[in-house]
Design a protein around this ligand. Structure first.
Ligand code: PLP
Length: 382
């Protein structure tokens, strides 16, 4: 049996909705299915406004454009993240300021943010690693005291909650990914930008539509549209929005299948955690995970490699997680060295992300658990 790292889930209504979108002959962004998906999200999760975009990467670029970030500004973010988080502001000339992570969640360590604030700081971009929210209320409190903007990179955390509030509903801006590797996907690629500041909505409508006021024409306010602001094409095709809607409607089923995967991994890895061989995360009571991923922090880089190698022999594909940004070639250009963030550096060398997809609950989970148990017993003893 082959266990891939990820397999996109196909929801029951996907074909029906995508065919309907195709036959409508209105395929561009912000058409019928896009509007339905946006309304669904606003009603269910209480987002102020949502813009469907081609990816989370483009959602964050649009968010950064909206804030007016510019050369000379500083942005605080974790180094343990994907390049898209940092590129969103670097492409506008801003400078990243990397902050350490919490060794339990691998999210930004909120208690260390304030030490990085300077007169040039404009923004904080925390991420929700593996679908577990960062300490967003603490971060919003810091932002309020220092007059900073928070854009939460919720690429992995759609459908999770913080203190009973849906991820994405608390910060000024939030970006989701609907890439095929995520819990919910928009037919391969997709994203969403949540804008929780009403005064920014009109600017965002214009920026999403190439800097034009086309939105006012669609709303019947104007007869012709013109170039009114900076902007780009941050639109999701309606055929992909149809796929996304089918996934949004299947959220409960997707999350309950994914929970079975989390539970099985917890049961297995708790045995080895108790023996002090490795570490697994815990989720605090005020946070509800969306069961996006499961990761393990091994005792050293050598056992991590051994675990990965032995699983490959059983055709089980695991993955090392992020390469920290501060120790990447671009990180060096911004003056960072590997030892600038020792916690991030040390943990990243020992992380393994396990195969995780909704369909695993139906096929492959038992095989995976059995082989992982065997491999761990070989490495650490029974
Ligand atoms: C934290 C984070 N931000 C952004 C992205 C980019 O998402 P997308 O592929 O939708 O652009 C990813 C991708 O996995 C991610 O992990």
């Amino acid at each position: 049996m082959k266990i891939p790292f990820n397999k996109p889930y196909i929801s029951a209504k996907a074909e029906e909705y995508m065919t309907e979108a195709l036959r409508s002959q209105r395929h561009s962004g912000n058409n019928a299915f896009g509007q339905k998906a946006v309304n669904f999200m606003k009603q269910k999760y209480g987002f102020n406004e949502v813009f469907l975009t081609p990816s989370c990467t483009s959602a964050m670029e649009m968010g950064a454009l909206l804030t007016g970030i510019k050369p000379g500004d500083e942005v605080i973010l974790p180094s343990y993240t994907f390049s898209s988080t940092v590129n969103a502001v670097v492409i506008f000339g801003a400078e990243p300021v990397f902050c350490e992570i919490d060794p339990n969640t691998l999210n930004i360590d909120a208690s260390k943010i304030e030490a990085h604030i300077s007169p040039r700081t404009k923004m904080i971009i925390p991420i929700d690693y593996a679908g577990i929210s960062c300490e967003i209320e603490q971060i919003m409190d810091i932002a309020k005291r220092h007059d900073l903007i928070v854009m939460q990179d919720c690429a992995q955390s759609f459908g999770g909650y913080f203190n009973g509030k849906p991820n994405g509903s608390i910060p000024h801006l939030a970006a989701f990914s609907f890439h095929e590797t995520k819990n919910m996907n928009a037919g391969g690629e997709g994203g969403g930008l949540v804008v929780n500041i009403p005064e920014w909505h009109q600017k965002a409508y214009f920026m999403q539509e190439k800097g034009t006021d086309r939105r006012l024409v669609l709303d019947g306010v104007k007869s012709k549209y013109s170039w009114v602001d900076k902007g780009s094409s941050y639109l999701l095709s309606d055929i992909l929005a149809a796929a996304l809607l089918s996934q949004l409607e299947s959220e409960e089923e997707i999350i309950s299948k994914r929970k079975q995967v989390t539970d099985a991994y917890y049961k297995l890895f708790s045995i080895f955690k108790k023996k002090g061989n490795l570490n697994i995360y815990s989720v605090k009571n005020h946070i509800r995970t969306n069961h996006h991923a499961f990761w393990v922090v091994f005792d050293n880089a050598g056992t991590r490699s051994l675990f990965m190698e032995k699983l490959r022999a059983f055709d089980i594909f695991v993955y090392i997680g992020y390469m920290p940004l501060h120790s990447s070639p671009m990180g060096a250009i911004f003056g960072y060295k590997p030892d600038s963030l020792p916690i991030t550096e040390a943990i990243s060398e020992r992380v393994v992300r396990l195969p995780f997809y909704a369909g695993m609950a139906d096929e492959g989970l038992n095989y995976t658990i059995e082989k992982m148990h065997l491999v761990l017993s070989e490495i650490y003893g029974k």
